[in-house]
Design a protein around this ligand. Sequence first.
Ligand code: ATP
Ligand code: MG
Length: 300
Amino acid sequence: MTLDQTRLRIAIQKSGRLSKECQKMLKGCGVKLNLREQRLIAHAENMPIDLLLVRDDDIPGLVMDGVVDLGVVGENVLEETVMERQAQGDAAEYNVLKRLDFGGCRLSLAVAQELDYQGVKSLEGKRIATSYPWLLKRYMDSQGVKFKSVMLNGSVEVAPRAGVAEAICDLVSTGATLEANGLVETDVIFRSKAALIQSANALPASKQAVVDTLLPRIQGLQQARESKYIMLHAPKDRLEEVIDLLPGAERPTIMSLAGESNQVAIHMVSSEDMFWETMEGLKALGASSILVLPIEKMME
Ligand code: ATP
Ligand code: MG
């Protein structure tokens, strides 16, 4: 199957930690996808968009080489690819359209629990296993510590136990994998989230129009996820105190309640979550029927 030059091409991870969230994001943007297993290319049914489903490592290169127009990839993979390509003299140009609110993780150094770690200088001359040799080198150079890089593409966390390295430099989100392998996280060297990137070449107007439609929708989804719709009943005579407790800076809507002259209904959209402590504080002021609802989409 060939790719139609007039359709916007987006590369996303085929399967892995970013794939579900990417598909959810596109679906949330109204892109109807017909994803069949084992297919490299998927066509959107209702918009001029083609998806390329690939390994995440390939996504920055596909964008930088102009094979696809957009890509969703972890900043860790992006930054590593930039350094690698620059070292090889390849083009490494791209634009970040949006930092996304998923795929959060950190690239960290970790050592065996037994090791007497006194800061990164303890790793002088030691072997460090990693899939991110360039990010690791940049950090170690900045600390003035010499080390030996052991390149591993997977199962980096078993390297110390296997006697392959004294330390590792790997992605961490909860730290459970490190702990399960008897390792302690010592230095965070890079913090990452997924990013939506675009090739540096200007797009033809028809494709740019699709990007201009998608971007505010992604923004709307992200904003909705961070926001809450808050409803409650409050006594009229404590109204100002109640409003002072509500999270966020927005002013609420006040409505009267049928057949109830001492109470009003308060509705508001807040860009912050409401904590249990705040709800308890509201209740103590005489508020009742306090509801905190998720928002699906929003547009300002
Ligand atoms: P592929 O087969 O596509 O090469 P992979 O095994 O290299 O997949 P995944 O483990 O699916 O990659 O991770 C993809 C991205 O998800 C990472 O590069 C990173 O940006 C992000 N991520 C978020 N949390 C974690 C985590 N705890 N461990 C690893 N990656 C994470
Ligand atoms: Mg990968």
